[in-house]
Write a protein that binds this ligand. Sequence first.
Ligand code: ATP
Length: 325
Amino acid sequence: QKTIGILTSGGDAPGMNAAVRSVVRTALYKGMRVIGIRRGYSGLLARDMVEMNLRSVCDTLHRGGTVLYSARCPEFRDDAGVERGKEVCVEIGIDGLVVIGGDGSFRGARDLSIKGIPCIGIPGTIDNDIACSDYTIGFDTAVNTVMDMVDKLRDTSQSHDRCTIVEVMGRRCGDIALHSGIACGAVAILVPEVPFSIDAIVEKMQRTLSTGKKHFIIIVAEGVVNVNGIGSVQDIANEIQARTGVEARSTILGHVQRGGAPTARERVLASEMGHYAVELLEQGIGNRVIASKDNKIVDYDILEALNMKREFNKRLYQIADEISI
Ligand code: ATP
């Protein structure tokens, strides 16, 4: 009987539970044993694990966070740590491992695969910054959370003729900003992938003011804040207010974007990816990352996936600019 392990690693993301549930249920359906490992690679090294049964993942599909907990494990960056991880897998009898996380987690999965424990990575991060996959688990929910919050900010911006400048997450990736910016009708979207100027934003606002609009939303990706002379979102607000005369306030949404019930789309994506991961392990295949490409679930070699370059959707960015006048 095959035994597989499952863990969640790095930053948590809504939908991770749906992926865990799918892995557990698929593996049990196929007659495998499943070991749930708590707190990522740290839990593997500490043997913090529990055997999963059909009921272990009841009532988790709709919950944010991860029931397996997540952690960062600096030891796993060194060969000695990975070697210990392999030894634990051999000792416990884990024949394959599913790792739900981001880039860093996949590097660990690759190192462990090379040592003979087949590992499959599932992209779980709100940032959508995994180059090989059009979507990562957590992104859709995060965008919807931002949209709900900004809709609320819009109500009060509108009542007071204000400009609201909202900082959203995404690390070096502007996707959360781009998608939420379009969904919320932002007048400007600042992302690390596209150069922008405050002059151009001020000019656009002045044009828009002349047509009668008095309140504005600007979405700023965290990846542009405090780099290249751009200060905090409050600094941007101060400059906009000084140059346009429109009262400007800043809001940093923060970790609220990492929580909440996963959207339906997220649950479906996570369920498909989890199922696919187990199919690969069943065939003894490891060192692969699952991805969603053109609405199909596919897999890539981990190193190949890590070396891919993300392509920012410039066309969508252009559309956002053209329809926000
Ligand atoms: P997110 O970006 O969403 O936070 P992530 O998976 O990229 O997710 P990291 O903190 O970079 O988050 O990595 C998670 C864990 O993966 C690390 O704590 C470490 O245990 C392991 N890891 C990271 N980098 C490597 C590496 N180069 N080699 C082996 N293991 C690594």
